[in-house]
Design a protein around this ligand. Structure first.
Ligand code: BGP
Length: 479
């Protein structure tokens, strides 16, 4: 078995499948801006000026970069034209729930919000780019957080279902790929960002947290059921924050610790793919005195399993059973123990291209559902320079990161993994989720906006823009 590759060097020449969906990904709250235009209500993001680092503010404050973000709301046509220039086959966007239902619990949708996404979808269609829509991407309407306690409240299932019904009725004939909740497992670590749960993390009981998770899982399954009814041909996927967890040492106790850490994430995929709670999670509930309110209808709803599994991948983690070796986590919401063999990005996210292959092989073998990589990329500080009189960024580090990861995607394809597509995160620079700043950039397109909010919002092609266009034009033949 030692013929399997152990470096990032490609050892096989399997090509990417015909029709492979190359593209990029964004989220409404990180690109759109126009936070109070078009009848939009407030979302939790409008009161998170410092990302996940400090508690929410009472009301929107001028230092919140997401209020204007990169102004996709007004510049979507220009941006989509740039995506088309790169040859995108797919564009992942989220719909801002509070543009459609400003308070979340409104009786009727906001027509202006719906019309905005009609225009965006028209533009994508004009360029032959397939939309991939995230229904809820860290942007719960603020009213649902404040008045209902976010997803801890069962009423949110009904509000979400009404929202999904509206989306499927309006866009179901033109959107094939839907994701129910962005990184659904992240609620374990960031209950407000991910689940609109206002109770501070250290005061939130596991009972309430898992009840909220249960409500989201039921809502996700109901969305899948509804899509089958209202949007035949639609493909619904779950979306998981993937982070393969390695044992820190070969000590079997570390191996078990890593397995258990991984279970916390697997559970979300297991329920979405198998339609019921896995035994290891039921055991956890028993041993921690967690008794969920689960109705017969919930059980029946959960049986509506997803068509595919999507995930984000940025890094791997280690786990250990030894409390002395448990050092504070990386700059990521999932914690974990740093891997001594890996380099890290400027934000402490450890770079591990082979980890992507581990995830692809592992998820495929575990669930036997088509996979979709809907986030991957390098957050870095970029320097705008002039080359031959044209402003650009010479982002060789980003090209190297993506290149190394795509080599590993090729390895997984050669192993027979069924992969629908690959959308890099933040294909255009956007406001970072964790830091709420501009300076952590992911894009192929540079946006002139600074952390202090200044900047012209002009767009410039980076070196990686031209590289990615080649990747797509050759359908990944260069890997
Ligand atoms: C994921 C989120 C995205 C995105 C990305 C990068 O967890 O789904 O919204 O922001 O991470 O994170 P950051 O912006 O913190 O660098």
């Amino acid at each position: 078995m030692n013929h399997f590759p152990t470096t990032t060097e490609r050892t096989v020449t399997t090509s990417f499948p015909a029709g492979f969906l190359w593209g990029g990904a964004t989220a409404a709250n990180q690109v759109e801006g126009a936070y109070a235009e078009g009848g939009k209500g407030l979302s939790i993001q409008d009161v998170l000026p410092r990302g996940i680092q400090t508690p929410p503010t009472e009301a929107p404050t001028p230092d919140n970069l997401k209020l204007e973000a990169v102004d996709f709301y007004h510049r979507y046509a220009e941006d989509i034209a740039l995506f088309a220039e790169m040859g995108f086959k797919v564009f992942r966007l989220s719909i801002a729930w509070s543009r459609i239902f400003p308070n979340g619990d409104d009786d009727a949708p906001n027509e202006e919000g719906l019309a905005f996404y009609d225009r965006v979808l028209d533009e994508l269609e004009r360029h032959g780019i397939e939309p991939l829509v995230t229904i809820s991407h860290y942007e719960t309407p603020l009213h649902l957080a404040r008045a209902y306690g976010g997803w801890t409240n069962r009423d949110l299932i009904g509000f979400y279902e009404r929202y999904c019904r509206t989306l499927f009725e309006r866009y179901g004939h033109r959107v094939r790929y839907w994701l129910t909740f962005n990184e659904i497992n992240s609620v374990l670590h960031e209950p407000f960002l991910s689940g609109g749960i206002p109770t501070p993390k250290d005061q939130l009981s596991e009972q309430d947290l898992y009840q909220a998770i249960h409500h989201e899982l039921v809502a996700s399954a109901r969305a899948t059921r509804l899509a089958r009814e209202l949007a035949p041909g639609a493909q619904v996927g779950c979306m998981i924050l993937a982070m393969p967890t390695y044992p820190l040492t070969p000590d079997p106790a570390d191996v078990v610790a890593a397995m258990q850490a991984e279970h916390a994430n697997y559970a979300f995929g297991d329920i979405h793919c198998r339609g019921e709670y896995p035994g290891y999670l039921l055991r956890y509930f028993r041993e921690h005195g967690i008794e969920l309110d689960v109705t017969d209808q919930d059980r029946e709803d959960l049986r509506h399993t997803v068509d595919f599994v999507s995930f984000s991948y940025y890094m791997s983690l280690c786990e250990t059973a030894d409390p002395e070796k448990k050092v504070a986590g990386l700059g990521n919401i999932m914690g974990g123990v740093p891997n001594p063999t890996l380099e890290a990005s400027e934000w402490g996210w450890q770079i591990d291209p082979q980890g992507l292959r581990v995830v692809l092989n592992d998820y495929w073998e575990r669930w036997q559902k088509p996979l979709f990589i809907v986030e991957n990329g390098l957050g870095a500080v970029d320097q705008l320079v002039e080359v031959d009189g044209t402003p650009t960024v010479v982002d060789d580090y980003r090209i190297a990161y993506l290149d190394d990861h795509l080599v590993q995607v090729g390895e997984a394809l050669a192993d027979g993994v069924d992969l629908l597509g690959y959308t890099t995160w933040g294909c255009i620079d956007l406001v970072s989720a964790s830091t709420a700043q501009m300076s952590k950039r992911y894009g192929f397109i540079y946006v002139d906006r600074n952390d202090d909010g200044t900047g012209s919002l002009e767009r410039y092609r980076k070196k990686s823009f031209h590289w990615y266009r080649q990747v797509i034009a050759t359908n990944g033949a260069m890997f």
